[in-house]
Design a protein around this ligand. Structure first.
Ligand SMILES: NC(=O)c1ccc[n+]([C@@H]2O[C@H](COP(=O)([O-])OP(=O)(O)OC[C@H]3O[C@@H](n4cnc5c(N)ncnc54)[C@H](OP(=O)(O)O)[C@@H]3O)[C@@H](O)[C@H]2O)c1
Length: 340
């Protein structure tokens, strides 16, 4: 074991109670224990960065989802980036950078009977790994290309547009020849970032503007492709303004993740019939076998300067719950990551 590990303890952020609304001090507790010992076929990994994703909040609820809820007493689940410090496995060498779902803790084991962590090429910055080449990039890429079937000339609208996924969605739409890309975001600073830096054609500050009116102004012929990260009222407004054969990609419904009562459903679904439209949900998990295809193309676009990314960095494992709440208060521009 490395000298680093022998000196250290392992802090683990445990789910202590099911949250009601936002995560608070009673939701989690930090436990300290020994650093795990790698057994045969295993490697020891120092967790360096956490990917903070809205879906972590949904896993904290005790209700059926696409993955089982995080059990009370378990480490909070989440994707991490770390470095191998010792290895008894041919698959990992000390110094390797690895990603996987190791959760909110300082140290973890990878390999046989432990987390299946993937070795990544050296030299990549953490933001690029967890954002563009991670879940958000893959979600934006396959959500636009496979589910939304973005086409040249499309009028595209994306909500959560200054967040990790939405900011990439808008840039991919431009790369694919969208005639217009309109982003919905929650502050003037976010609106300025997506138009001035990322090349969106227009931005709507949904907290201060009349969204229905603004969309009618920006998209007088209707919306060909709406990429929905938020659900709720904004989804309903976009349903009402769909163009003929318009598509809605249901990616996320962040407006409902902290809801304590069942949210009201959209009232404009009937318009899908009138407009012969299509609304389809998807999970990026179903595209993991095609991750490399997306990562290769995203890397090319990044090298050409066509894809920009930004991270909102929170320091310290102990602040991971605050980092999760940032996604719901909207303090982030770009991807929220925690430097452990
Ligand atoms: N289907 C999949 O496989 C998949 C994979 C990854 C992510 N997702 C989903 O994609 C969405 C974005 O995730 P992300 O990781 O990229 O997060 P993010 O967009 O970086 O951060 C979340 C953003 O959501 C906005 N927001 C929060 N509460 C809102 C509300 N009540 N109404 C409208 N906007 C609200 C905030 O921006 P504002 O300041 O603009 O409000 C916040 O910055 C989430 O719904 C997530 O669950 C789905």
């Amino acid at each position: 074991m490395s000298s680093d590990a022998t000196k250290a303890e392992n802090r683990r952020m445990i789910l202590a109670a099911r949250p009601q609304g936002m995560v608070d001090a009673s939701t989690v507790r930090l436990e300290t224990g020994p650093v795990p010992e790698p057994g045969p076929g295993q490697a020891l990994v120092k967790v360096q960065w956490l990917s903070i994703d809205p879906t972590i909040r949904t896993w904290m609820d005790d209700r059926p989802g696409y993955l089982p809820p995080i059990a009370l007493g378990e480490v909070v689940r989440g994707a991490v980036l770390g470095q191998v410090t010792a290895s008894n496995s041919d698959a990992y060498a000390p110094g390797d950078m690895v990603v996987g779902m190791a959760g909110w803790q300082d140290w973890t084991l990878a390999g046989e009977g432990a987390h299946g962590m993937q070795v990544i090429p050296p030299g990549l910055e953490p933001g690029a790994v967890l954002n563009v080449f991670g879940v958000n990039g893959l979600t934006a890429y396959w959500g636009m290309l496979d589910v939304g079937r973005v086409q040249s000339g499309d009028i595209v609208v994306v909500s959560g547009a200054a967040g990790a996924t939405g900011s990439l969605v808008g840039q991919i739409a431009k790369i694919k020849g969208a005639a217009k890309v309109v982003g919905l975001a929650g502050t003037p600073e976010k609106c300025a970032w997506i138009t001035d830096e990322l090349g969106f054609d227009a931005a709507i500050d949904y907290r201060t503007e009349d969204v229905a009116k603004a969309l009618r102004r920006h998209c007088p012929q209707g919306i060909d492709l709406y990429f929905d990260n938020v659900g709720g009222e904004i989804l309903d407004i976009c349903l009402a303004q769909l163009a003929l054969r318009g598509r809605i990609v249901l990616c996320g419904a962040i407006s409902a993740y902290n809801a304590t009562e069942r949210p009201a459903g959209p009232s404009n679904v009937f318009n899908l019939i009138i407009k012969r439209g299509r609304m389809e949900g998807f999970l990026v998990l179903d595209y993991m076998d095609r991750a490399a295809t997306a990562q290769l193309e995203l890397a090319g676009w990044m090298a050409e300067g066509k894809i920009k990314h930004r991270e909102h960095v929170v320091q310290g494992l102990e602040h991971a719950p605050d980092a999760l709440n940032v996604l719901f208060t909207g303090e982030n521009i770009g991807k929220v990551i925690v430097e452990v």
